[in-house]
Design a binder for this molecule. Structure first.
Ligand SMILES: Cc1ncc(COP(=O)(O)O)c(C=O)c1O
Length: 396
C-alpha cells in the first residue's frame, strides 16, 4: 500500500460538519461520529498539491473551465463504466442536492409530484418537500439472496406498487444509483424496466450517481442513462468526485443530460442564474482526482473499505449477532439491521448515542423501511472502527 489509511487525522479547528453539529443533532459533542458521508481519510496529496500550486499564484480572479475538462470527465466515466457521455451533454453544477433542487424548480410544477423509493438518502424527500412539491413513495422491497445469509440481504424495486402509486401528476423520480443507504448497485434489467416505465409516462429520472466510482467486492455500477435509449432520453445524471476522493467541501459536481429538450431547458436556466460556473478550485480538484494517481488511490481506498466492511460483518457475527450488517455492493456506508434487538426508535438511539457514545445515521431518517436500522460510515481508520464496535458491544 502506497497510502496510509490507518492515519488518524485530527479535524479539530476545521469547522467540519461531522463533529461540529454533534451537540445540536445528538445533544452531546463528545461522541464518536460515524454518520455524514465523508471519509476520515486524508484527502490525497496529489489533490492538495494541485490546489496548492494554484494558491501559490495568489491572484484569484474569475475563472473558467479548463479546455480539457469535459474530455477528461467523460473519459473517466467511459474507462470506469463503459459509457461515454458526449461533452456537450455535460455541465458543472454546484453540488448534487442543489442540482436536485434546481431540476425540481425547472421541471416540476407546483402541483406536480416527485417519486422516491425509500429507504433512501433523506434529501430526496426533503428537497421536493422544501420546494413545496408533493412526494410520492414507492418503498423498496427487502430481498434475501441465495443461502439466506443476512449479510447478502438487499433491496429490489417494486414495479407493481410503482404503477399503483404513480398518477399523471408525477413528473420526476429520484434514483440513488448506487443506492444510499444500503449500497445496492442496481442491475441493468432493473434500470431498463424503470426507464421504460418513466419514459412511457413522461417522468424525468434524476439518477444520482455520486457513489458510482466505489463499487465493491467485484460488483459493477451501471449508469442509468446507458441501459437503453429510453433511459438516456428521460434522464438527468448527476455525478461528482466528491465522495470517492473525500473532497465534498470543494463542491465540484456535474450533470449529464443526453436529451436535447431537457438539456436546453435545464442548461439555459443554469446559465441564466450563473449556476453552471465553477469556482476556482472545483476543476483543479476534479482533474487531479480523475487522473492515473487518482485511480491508484481509489483502488487502494476501496481495498481498505472492503476490509473494513468484512471486519464489521465478522465483528457483529462474533460479538453482537443481533446486529446484522448488510454487505454493501458500493460505497462506504454499512446498513446495520438492528431489528432483532427489539428496541423501539428511542431505545435504539439511546443505545447508540448515550450508551455506546456513537453518532450514526438513524435508519428512520431514510424513510419507510429504515425503522430499526442504523447507517454506519466505515470510511475511517481501522482503529476508529474497532473503538466504535467495541463500545457498541460493551453497551449492548
Ligand atoms: C446519494 C447522495 N447524493 C448526494 C449527496 C450529497 O451530494 P452534494 O454534497 O454534492 O450535495 C450524498 C451525500 O451523502 C449522497 O449520499
Amino acid at each position: 500500500m502506497k497510502y496510509n489509511f490507518d492515519k488518524i487525522i485530527d479535524r479539530t479547528g476545521t469547522d467540519d460538519l461531522k463533529h461540529g453539529v454533534l451537540e445540536e443533532r445528538y445533544g452531546d459533542a463528545n461522541l464518536l461520529p460515524l454518520w455524514v458521508a465523508d471519509m476520515d481519510f486524508e484527502t490525497p496529496q496529489f489533490i492538495t498539491d494541485a490546489i496548492r500550486r494554484r494558491l501559490d499564484h495568489s491572484l484569484f480572479g474569475y475563472t473558467m473551465m479548463p479546455a480539457n475538462y469535459w474530455q477528461r470527465v467523460s473519459q473517466w466515466i467511459e474507462d470506469h463504466h463503459q459509457w461515454r457521455p458526449r461533452e456537450e451533454w455535460m455541465t458543472y453544477i454546484p453540488g448534487i442536492v442543489k442540482g436536485i433542487g434546481m431540476a425540481i424548480n425547472v421541471f416540476v410544477k407546483e402541483d406536480e409530484k416527485v417519486i422516491i423509493q425509500p429507504p433512501v438518502y433523506h434529501p430526496f424527500r426533503l428537497t421536493p418537500l422544501g420546494n413545496r412539491r408533493q412526494v410520492v413513495y414507492n418503498p423498496l422491497i427487502e430481498t434475501l439472496s441465495t443461502g439466506g445469509q443476512w449479510s447478502c440481504a438487499s433491496y429490489s424495486m417494486d414495479f407493481d406498487q410503482l404503477a399503483e402509486v404513480c398518477d399523471e401528476k408525477c413528473r420526476m423520480l429520484i434514483l440513488s444509483n448506487p443506492h444510499n443507504p444500503a449500497g445496492v448497485c442496481w442491475d441493468a434489467d432493473t434500470l431498463r424496466h424503470l426507464a421504460h416505465f418513466c419514459h412511457e409516462r413522461g417522468i424525468i429520472v434524476i439518477s444520482d450517481e455520486i457513489h458510482c466510482d466505489m463499487a465493491l467486492f467485484g460488483n459493477r455500477h451501471v449508469p442509468f442513462a446507458s441501459v437503453s435509449d429510453e433511459a438516456a432520453q428521460c434522464s438527468i445524471t448527476f455525478g461528482a468526485p466528491s465522495k470517492t476522493f473525500n473532497i465534498a467541501g470543494i463542491v465540484s459536481s456535474y450533470a449529464i443530460v443526453p436529451n436535447d429538450s431537457l438539456r436546453s431547458r435545464f442548461f439555459s436556466w443554469l446559465e441564466a442564474n450563473e449556476l453552471n460556473e465553477p469556482h476556482l478550485f472545483a476543476p483543479i480538484a476534479t482533474l487531479a482526482a480523475f487522473s492515473p494517481e487518482g485511480e491508484e488511490w481509489r483502488k487502494e481506498m476501496l481495498a481498505y473499505i472492503e476490509r473494513n466492511v468484512d471486519y464489521v460483518i465478522s465483528f457483529c457475527h462474533d460479538h453482537m449477532p443481533k446486529i446484522k450488517p448488510w454487505r454493501p455492493e458500493a460505497s462506504f456506508l454499512v446498513w446495520l439491521d438492528c431489528r432483532d434487538l427489539d428496541l423501539d426508535h428511542e431505545q435504539l438511539n439511546r443505545l447508540f448515542v448515550s450508551r455506546a457514545r456513537l453518532a450514526l445515521n438513524d435508519g428512520e431518517m431514510f424513510g419507510k423501511g429504515g425503522e430499526g436500522f442504523m447507517r454506519l460510515n466505515v470510511a475511517a481508520p481501522r482503529s476508529v472502527l474497532t473503538q466504535a464496535l467495541e463500545s457498541l458491544r460493551d453497551a449492548l
